[in-house]
Design a protein around this ligand. Structure first.
Ligand SMILES: [Fe+2]
Length: 344
């Protein structure tokens, strides 16, 4: 910001991954509103003022920040990671040049690519989609399934890199209108507290949450499975949904991504779940609503060794005086009123 003001600049170029582009957005927001801190712009529609000309050049294919209205900020003091969402933050120009992504190492190619996949999936399964966002999400999923392995194995493949950049862009278009969900809310809490890379956190959490949402999202997952090329229109819904979740698990395995976040400290879990709950509710139109105590279970799962996961999932939970023994007992079905609450 000082550099911009001292040199009489008239344009900001965000060049890099999500953090770099979001930093450029944040600088723009502070130039537009010099008297307001970033913390005060947290949430939605708090910027509400035109930024200097903003251009974005992504060097990873994942964040989609080059087309979204979000800038994710970490408060260095509290380790709280929060999002500023407003339309003036959408860059005026996005430059999608695969050449600047060619040197991205395989593991970061994989995790950032799975961030884009998470954007497309969360935007698609949420309760606030449009024809346009569904179309963008399906296209992103198709491009990711067709190209992520090639980009991972042969980073110099320009065509695969270009397709991944396009996938990331379309997934960004989808979630900037239809939002994300609990996977991102939990990932942000882990990124803020422990600096867990965003794409990695999403990749670890993605299949776990899709399973926890249960049958409520099977129909939508089946359509994503068709877009991914792993099911036909005629494939029974439940089977196609299962294949989609399994394909994500297989993808993780191929990329060496595990099922745990070893940094999680048990004593931090209530705070992390509180952050995730506050981020998601009421902003994200999640398919199944959960409260902070229900979200805590996922942090415990992320801490546990694989042999203990099934034990936790089978443990009955007590809610409102009623014992629930099924896995879905951990979540509260979201009723019409709550849908209306989140539908925007
Ligand atoms: Fe993301």
């Amino acid at each position: 910001m000082e550099l911009y003001l001292d040199n009489g600049c008239d344009c900001i170029i965000g060049f890099g991954g999500g953090s770099s582009m979001d930093c450029a957005k944040a600088v723009g927001a502070r130039i537009a509103k010099p008297k307001q801190s970033l913390a005060k712009m947290k949430g939605i529609l708090k910027v509400h003022k035109k930024l200097p000309l903003l251009m974005a050049v992504p060097t990873t294919a994942g964040t989609g920040s080059e087309t979204t209205l979000a800038a994710v900020i970490t408060d260095a003091q509290t380790r709280h990671k929060y999002a500023i969402n407003d339309f003036p933050l959408i860059p005026r120009y996005a430059v999608l040049d695969p050449k600047v992504t060619l040197s991205l190492p395989p593991f970061i190619t994989a995790t950032t690519g799975m961030d884009a996949l998470t954007h497309a999936v969360e935007a698609y399964i949420g309760n606030s989609t449009t024809y346009g966002t569904r179309k963008d999400a399906l296209l992103a999923v198709k491009l990711i399934f067709e190209n992520i392995d090639t980009a991972y194995e042969d980073g110099s493949n320009v065509e695969a890199r270009r397709n991944m950049l396009h996938a990331s862009f379309y997934a960004g278009c989808a979630f900037t209108k239809s939002y994300v969900g609990y996977i991102h809310a939990i990932a942000h809490s882990l990124g803020g507290e422990y600096n867990v890379p965003h794409g990695l956190a999403n990749a670890v959490i993605l299949p776990m949450l899709l399973e926890a949402y249960g049958t409520k999202i099977h129909k939508k997952l089946s359509r994503l499975a068709v877009a991914a090329g792993i099911a036909e229109d005629e494939t029974p819904c439940e089977e196609a949904a299962g294949r989609f979740i399994q394909a994500i698990k297989d993808m993780k395995k191929r990329f060496g991504i595990g099922d745990h976040i070893p940094e999680i400290q048990e004593t931090d879990i209530p705070k992390l779940a509180h952050y995730a709950d506050k981020e998601a509710n009421p902003l994200y139109p999640v398919p199944v609503l959960m409260d902070a105590s229900e979200l805590e279970k996922f942090y415990h799962l992320l801490m546990e060794e694989p042999s203990e996961i099934s034990e936790i999932l089978e443990t009955p939970t007590v809610s409102d005086g009623e014992s629930k023994s099924e896995n879905e007992g951990n979540v509260v079905e979201k009723g019409e009123t709550e849908h209306d609450r989140a539908g925007n």
